[in-house]
Ligand binder design. Structure first.
Ligand SMILES: Nc1ncnc2c1ncn2[C@@H]1O[C@H](COP(=O)(O)OP(=O)(O)OP(=O)(O)O)[C@@H](O)[C@H]1O
Ligand SMILES: [Mg+2]
Length: 403
């Protein structure tokens, strides 16, 4: 058997140059955070990363980014990431470098670094991506979270109609003078009276273009540029989650996603009847092109539950489990076929809000809990470097102002 030789430590350092500290927005190599790289026999790579604060929950993201970049190198069979904590002196040096970098360029996106990003995607059109996106968004919001919804199906937008949103988004200059678009916001009541209300914040091309001229102007933009603008020119503000309703297929937007939002994970929607292997190869292709991980598979249009409780496999069965198996990701929900899901989309009140007792609504609720409790728990920012940096900067500004 011929085995591919493993990479050199320099090769590994080369790909790690592309890993960006999610808080400081500077490459971890440039920040001096990559301490040691070892390549053992049989392609096992161990990378030692020095962190500013070991307690920061964002370190999981660094680990994931490091592992996925290194794994992409030929001959790598396994990646291990070890952490060490910086000394006080090293930390202030890193902060200094990060601050200089930040001063030299505008922020990459307006999406806050703690936001968990899920792109709802599929290997085939019409399987229910948009329905899953809007219902999951309101289900998460009903648990008290603030959820951004970015309609990445730029010209096939359906999110505004499904959430009953109309009108035009307005831009406004912030304190720093930068003109940003305000998303359309909607409050969502808590699942129980004890849970505080949440919010959804929505941006879609359907809320931006109102006349032919503007439409033509925007149409001239390449799709990935439109996605970039939705990330950099929208005042997202605080977010716990950002969901992207992806267009069908594996085009420009899918390719741009990994570059623009390296922290995103994919939630893949399929139907019970789709041939798993065919969908799997497309999804795997998408994940590879975008360097993103598949967080889970959602089977939509699963068994129909009749009012008498009996179950009917209208659209076949097994597609979700087979796809999950094929791509090595968990099957995280099976949403039944229900006329009320489609009706909710048409009326602008997702079934999760229209009828919380409906089987589909309950399954969306379980999916939301699975995400918050297990797959992508919200990130608590207290204790992270960026927070500390913000506080330090505020204090410095206050001192300056008092002079
Ligand atoms: N669980 C369900 N039960 C009944 N109807 C559903 C269900 N899920 C989706 N639908 C309906 O199926 C159709 C397609 O759904 P949706 O628009 O969400 O799919 P999509 O994957 O976003 O499509 P596209 O690829 O065109 O963006 C819609 O009419 C929707 O109302
Ligand atoms: Mg859609």
């Amino acid at each position: 058997m011929v085995t591919t030789p493993g990479p050199t430590p320099d090769d590994v350092r080369g790909v790690l140059a592309g890993v960006v500290d999610p808080e400081l927005h500077v490459g971890i190599v440039d920040l001096g955070m990559v301490r040691d790289i070892e390549v053992a026999d049989e392609g096992v790579v161990t990378v030692q990363v020095a962190l500013t604060t070991a307690a920061c929950p964002l370190r999981g993201q660094i680990k994931k980014d490091v592992a996925s970049k290194v794994r992409g190198l030929p001959g790598v069979t396994d990646v291990k990431v070890d952490y060490t904590e910086m000394t006080q002196e090293q930390r202030s040096d890193v902060m200094q470098r990060a601050r200089l970098e930040a001063a030299n360029r505008s922020p990459e996106t307006e999406v806050p670094p703690n936001a968990r990003v899920l792109a709802v995607a599929s290997g085939k059109g019409g399987v229910g991506k948009s329905s899953v996106t809007v219902n999951l968004a309101v289900a998460l919001a009903s648990h008290g979270y603030t959820v951004g919804v970015l309609d990445a199906d730029i010209w096939g937008f359906s999110v505004p109609r499904m959430l009953g949103l109309e009108g035009r988004l307005a831009g406004e200059a912030g304190d720093d003078g930068r003109g940003l678009i305000n998303p359309s916001e909607r409050e969502v009541a808590g699942v129980t009276p004890l849970v505080k209300p949440g919010r959804v914040k929505v941006v879609s091309m359907g809320l931006l273009v109102d006349d032919e001229d503007t439409a033509l102007m925007w149409r001239g933009l390449i799709l990935s540029k439109a996605l970039e603008q939705f990330l950099t020119d929208v005042r997202w503000g605080e977010l716990d989650y950002l969901l992207l309703d992806m267009p069908p297929g594996t085009g420009d937007i899918q390719m741009a996603l990994g570059r623009l939002l390296p922290a995103a994970e994919l939630l893949v929607v399929t139907t019970p009847a789709l041939a798993a292997q065919k969908v799997a190869s497309r999804v795997a292709d998408m994940a590879r092109r975008s360097y993103l991980k598949v967080a889970g598979v959602v089977e939509n249009m699963s068994e129909f539950v009749a009012p008498d409780g009996s179950q009917h496999e209208i659209f076949g069965s097994g597609g979700g489990a087979a796809l999950a198996d094929e791509i090595g990701a968990p099957l995280v929900a099976q949403i039944p076929v229900e006329a009320a899901v489609a009706a909710g989309g048409d009326s602008g009140t997702p079934i999760v809000l229209a009828d919380a007792t409906a089987p589909a609504a309950q399954e969306f609720g379980r999916l939301a809990s699975r995400i918050t409790d297990d797959l992508l728990p919200p990130v608590e920012m207290a204790g992270c470097t960026a927070r500390i940096l913000d506080i330090a900067n505020e204090n410095l500004a206050a001192v300056d102002a008092a002079k």
